[in-house]
Design a protein around this ligand. Sequence first.
Ligand SMILES: Cc1cc2nc3c(=O)[nH]c(=O)nc-3n(C[C@H](O)[C@H](O)[C@H](O)COP(=O)(O)O)c2cc1C
Length: 287
Amino acid sequence: MNKIDMSVDLNGLKLKNPVTVASGTFGFGEEYAEFIDLNQIGAISVKGLTLKPKEGNPPPRLYETPMGLLNSIGLQNPGVEVFIKKYIPYLRQFDTKIIANINGANLEEYMEMARILDKEDVDSIELNISCPNVKDGGLAFGTNPAVVRNIVTEIRNCTTKHLIVKLSPNVTDIKEIALIVEECGADAISLINTVAGMAIDIEKQKAVVERKVAGLSGPAVKPIARESKVEIVATGILLLCAKALAVVRPILIPVKEPGPFETAIKSISSIVIFKLLNKFFIIGINF
Ligand SMILES: Cc1cc2nc3c(=O)[nH]c(=O)nc-3n(C[C@H](O)[C@H](O)[C@H](O)COP(=O)(O)O)c2cc1C
């Protein structure tokens, strides 16, 4: 059987195929290794990292809505040092690219993390300035154009690594933010982080999660990602790999024969490919 060439170049980050897992949906890979061969994935964006270990928000952290999932994880993670010592060596066993998703409570923390990871064996840094589930940093950074300009400029000065900036849909004009991010030297953008949402517990007459606002993901947000005004070349909620490939193929590689790739991944649930000013695209897929 002929191998399909599905390699893509995300403006300097070369992936053997365009399948990536969205940060926070796949842990550090280890958690999913018994379900899927990690060698099959183009890149893994690891769970959002912070400078120090973070416990995250109190439960309940998840709430299922009819069309998507509300989460309020609050960036629970073991901290960047554990990631470096434990998970980089773990992930390096596999033929996949490592994207380190970074989060800070303030600019200094973001910069510190970028400086630390600049010296480590990661393929890309994904600057998360769009998390709705934390009090400091996150969404508060990603929704203000002046703050976005400042943080991306500063982070660009801290690292020569490939830099992805993850944007929030919770803004009036995401394109304005995307253009700023590009101007400040990011190599790629990642769309979209969760949409701020809320669920009410009628019995208790209060919001389900303690922080009240949580992040909505899943089928409900696909149309919002599509409407991002960034040129999307493919998007879809895909239950089967075959369907994913049906979307990807005509765009990337007009291949007729089925290859090993499509038999490897059984249950892809969402895929987004986009392009802005001829520069970049990225795909988010949850299993
Ligand atoms: C449980 C959960 C945890 C998440 N944690 C992170 C995170 O740590 N960092 C991040 O940038 N995005 C995080 N996200 C957002 C996802 O990476 C993705 O952007 C979002 O879920 C929208 O894509 P989807 O609808 O395909 O899931 C998380 C999403 C979920 C559902």
